[in-house]
Design a protein around this ligand. Structure first.
Ligand SMILES: *Cc1c(COP(=O)(O)O)cnc(C)c1O
Length: 496
């Protein structure tokens, strides 16, 4: 066959495109990527993916390797997370899918069937810090979202959650720990009360699931806790697998069967599966399976200890920086850092200016917006760091970068909402503040993006994110959501 382009040329171009990406290895990006720092693990994963490349993960009866690998991953996860023979599970394509399926299962169990079927809208109850995947789940599956305010340290009081229990609550979700603040939710109390009320209790351990088993001083949070009905734990985070792998474990076979969708009522092959996709790659499963076997619990423990050492060291570094503070008492290898309001304004370090400035020193931190809770209290803007085993290899350079960046922006006030709004071209500001309920058209949204300098964002993120985050905070959420939708949609529109 005569190809349009030579494979070598195609791969050359791909290489060029990849060079423009944020670096996935070497510890320069402190979110999104979970680098074990072990090149041989990456090689093993690549080989495993290649070995199953043509396999369709849809059908484990035709491709029996899929069933064997999934069974072995589930067994490993069940043992790691304190499950007994009553705990069963599924490998999914990621944390979001695990969370979606936990909610779908609980909704269908809540609804019941036949003469015991329940009508009405079920409720999903969780601290406001619960991962946004649960907002997505409520949206997709038609649950009312009930988000409980947390303390300024990101920790929710168990009684505030339990006080909102009711017959319409299909599921309560707690995190171990939460992504934004690394706050450990009160799993034991909430799960016990949930069991009493017959409410499903999901522990979202997407980020903690593969690292907390080896962490010191963590309150109980896994299947050893009575009342916990399901746990999500991402293999593609601290299981060090390539993206596309997570587990959802459920207690009680009968409950878990509600996760499945089955139909024989069409003229094709029977569709019977516990996950959202149809045909799918077996690659991430094979890679995760291979990595688990290579590492075993002792390897995972060793990598977790590295994360713990680096997290302690970075916490000390930040504690030592005047004007910054670590939010709450983080559990696990992640930190949220806020401006320290206790020191005088001219000694404060704005967390977002700090993140932007740290980027100048070669490290990418993640800016997190402030949030007004339903009780009117405001969770401050923070900067997020996820610490992985590779962090230890750049610890000195990173520590220096964090200190220098803070020195360089100390005393510079946060970009205020007013300033962010005032910076908008007049006509844009007027259009945005008009009480016109009509949604923006694609064209109008694009004009606003252009006016605030965000059109053609295919070159990547702006150099400075602090002004953008301030703007996000200043505009009504539905409007920001609309604008960001436009931004992302236009990113993949054909240019010619
Ligand atoms: C990452 C994460 C998720 C969502 O997982 P994805 O793999 O990004 O879909 C859910 N919950 C928590 C706590 C997470 O950290």
């Amino acid at each position: 066959m005569n190809f349009d382009h030579e494979p070598a040329d195609i791969l050359k171009r791909l290489g060029e495109l990849r060079r423009a990406d944020a670096p996935t290895h070497g510890g320069r990006v402190l979110s999104y990527v979970y680098d074990s720092g072990l090149a041989e693990l990456d090689e093993l994963a690549a080989s495993a993916i290649r070995a199953v490349q043509p396999v369709n993960g849809l059908d484990p009866t035709t491709f029996t390797s899929v069933a064997v690998m999934e069974r072995e991953v589930i067994e490993f996860a069940r043992n790691l997370l304190g499950g007994d023979a009553d705990v069963v599970g599924t490998v999914t394509t990621g944390g979001t899918e695990s969370c979606l399926l936990a909610v779908k299962t609980a909704r269908d169990v809540w609804r019941g069937t036949g003469s015991s079927a329940r009508a009405g809208t079920p409720r999903l109850l969780a601290p406001v810090t619960v991962h946004a995947a649960f907002q997505k789940a409520a949206h997709y599956f038609g649950l009312e979202l009930d988000l409980v305010p947390v303390g300024l340290d990101g920790v929710v009081a168990a009684k505030d959650v339990i006080a909102r229990f009711g017959d319409d609550v299909a599921i309560v979700v707690v995190s171990a720990p939460s992504y934004a603040h690394a706050a450990m939710d009160p799993v034991v109390e909430v799960a016990a009360a949930a069991a009493e009320h017959g409410i499903a209790c999901h522990v979202d351990a997407c980020i903690g699931g593969w690292v907390l088993p080896f962490w010191e001083g963590v309150e109980p949070w896994n299947f050893t806790v009575p009342g916990v009905t399901s746990i999500s734990a991402d293999l593609h985070k601290f299981g060090y697998a390539p993206k596309g792998a997570s587990v959802l474990l459920q207690r009680d076979r009968d409950r878990q069967r509600a996760q499945y969708f089955a139909t024989t009522r069409w003229p094709g092959y029977p569709i019977v599966n516990p996950t959202i996709l149809g045909s799918k790659s077996a690659g991430p499963l094979a890679a995760a399976w291979a990595i688990i076997q290579a590492l075993g619990t002792s390897g995972l423990a060793e990598l977790s200890e590295s994360c713990a050492r680096s997290t302690r060291a970075l916490r000390d570094v930040i504690d030592g920086i005047e004007g910054l503070r670590v939010v709450g008492d983080p559990v696990g290898p992640l930190l949220a850092v806020a401006s320290d309001e206790v020191v005088a304004a001219d000694r404060r370090v704005d967390a977002h200016h700090w993140a932007d400035q740290t980027r100048e020193h070669g490290f990418l931190l993640q800016l997190q917006p402030s949030l007004v809770q339903s009780d009117g209290t405001i969770l401050p803007a923070t900067t997020h760091l996820t610490i992985t085993p590779v962090t230890e290899s750049v610890l000195d350079e990173l520590s220096t970068a964090l200190r220098s960046a803070a020195d360089e922006v100390r005393g510079i006030p946060a970009v205020s909402a007013e300033v962010a709004l005032a910076a908008l071209p007049a006509e844009v500001g007027a259009a945005l503040s008009a009480p016109d309920a009509r949604p923006l058209s694609s064209e109008q949204a694009a004009q606003v993006l252009a006016a605030i300098g965000l059109a053609g964002a295919s070159d990547g993120l702006p150099e400075r994110m602090a002004p953008l985050l301030a703007l996000i905070g200043a505009l009504p959420a539905p409007l920001t959501e609309r604008l960001l939708t436009e931004l992302l949609a236009r990113l993949v529109e054909p240019t010619s």
